[in-house]
Design a protein around this ligand. Structure first.
Ligand code: NCD
Length: 358
């Protein structure tokens, strides 16, 4: 495999050189024959493949409604095996990917902690991943270390048996399939309201360490005239890398620390929890997060047509009383995740035409 950008042969770089390259110079390394092979970053998803994936997810959920349809879907990848390597806590991402694999008939193995793998005996994560590739046809991974999914894909793409890697969350950095299901949910919610174009999205909470908001912000470049309002405590503001990206792409955004004031403008409010697992010195304890909670009494400030989203899990930042409001979409959002992840796996195994012909 020879992939060249203007002046570098990417296959000749060592990991540190490769990792330090700007993303737009190396995305091609994770494609094969002109299509995405590893799904690692939101920036890999163009409006074209978003549309393909949304349509495919819609088709799959329709086919799966009937027993005959689901039985047929389960034959499509019954000869393939997936490895779920989730060494950071996960409920939804893990179970929805596992369910997605089952819908397509894949056989699934799992490792959910480095304490039960040979990493405890001193094996490197790289050798662990290489080992998975001896047994599986797909690795879906969540890792606490930023860059580990990319490094795994970089390494496997150099071997004689490269298999696709899907990033199910890479530390504080990215969570592209969450962004995908978030967009799929926005798209379904706004399908009779002109789609995602021209909408204002308020993202509130721990925007500094929340990988879901980071990945979703990147994906919004695929829509016209979308405006983002980032609402966060000073210490947890969105990173400069995301802001630079949005400026470059001319996506308007503003920052605020007053949630209630921003609510009337919102077409979607995306609430997130404080990511205190990344604290170094218990710093979250000193932050007054209560101003960034969405409470029942706030709902009357919001448009009737607006929607409320949350990647979940939630704590106090999203009042359970809100669940009854028709604008609450997070439970649906969670289920949408299973269908769009099924579509993504089908796309990586190139069976979308077969499914669309059904
Ligand atoms: C998110 C994550 O893991 O980043 N959860 C998820 O995948 N739905 C959000 C979070 O943990 O706060």
């Amino acid at each position: 495999m020879k992939i060249k950008n203007s002046n570098t042969d990417l296959t000749k770089l060592n990991w540190d050189e490769f990792y330090s390259l700007p993303l737009n110079q190396k995305l091609g390394y994770f494609d094969k024959e002109g299509r995405m092979f590893d799904c690692l970053f939101s920036q890999q998803l163009s409006s074209n493949n978003l549309k393909t994936l949304f349509d495919l997810a819609n088709k799959i959920r329709k086919v799966a409604k009937e027993k005959g349809g689901l039985d047929w879907l389960q034959t499509l990848l019954s000869h393939k095996r997936a490895m779920l390597y989730f060494v950071q806590p996960s409920t939804r991402t893990f179970v929805s990917f596992q369910s997605a694999c089952y819908i397509l008939g894949m056989k699934v193995s799992e490792i959910r902690s480095t304490s039960t793998s040979s990493e405890l005996k001193g094996e490197s994560p790289e050798d662990t991943i290489r080992t998975f590739s001896s047994y599986a046809d797909l690795i879906i991974m969540r890792h606490f270390e930023e860059g580990m999914a990319e490094k795994s894909a970089w390494m496997l793409n150099k071997t004689k048996r490269p298999i696709s890697i899907i990033n199910g969350g890479s530390g504080k950095d990215q969570h592209p399939t969450q962004a995908l299901l978030d967009l799929y949910t926005l798209n379904l919610s706004f399908q009779d309201k002109g789609g995602i174009d021209n909408k204002t999205i308020v993202m509130v909470g721990d925007l500094k360490r929340g990988r879901t908001v980071r990945s979703l912000s990147y994906l919004l470049e695929n829509y016209k005239n979308v405006k983002i309002i980032f609402v966060a405590p000073d210490y947890l503001k969105i990173g400069n890398d995301v802001k630079e990206f949005l400026k470059r792409k001319k996506i308007p955004f503003k920052e605020s620390n007053d949630l209630v004031k921003c609510l009337p403008e919102a077409d979607a409010v995306y609430v997130t929890r404080i990511q205190d697992e990344y604290d170094i010195n218990n710093e979250s304890k000193n932050i007054d997060y209560s101003k960034f909670h969405l409470k029942k009494e706030h709902l009357r400030k919001m448009k009737k047509s607006a929607i409320i989203m949350h990647p979940l899990p939630r704590r106090q930042e999203l009042d359970v009383e809100i669940d009854k409001d028709p604008r609450a979409k997070y439970w649906r959002q969670e289920r949408n995740g299973m269908w769009i992840r099924t579509a993504l796996i089908a796309y990586l195994f190139r069976i979308e035409n077969e499914i669309n012909r059904y």
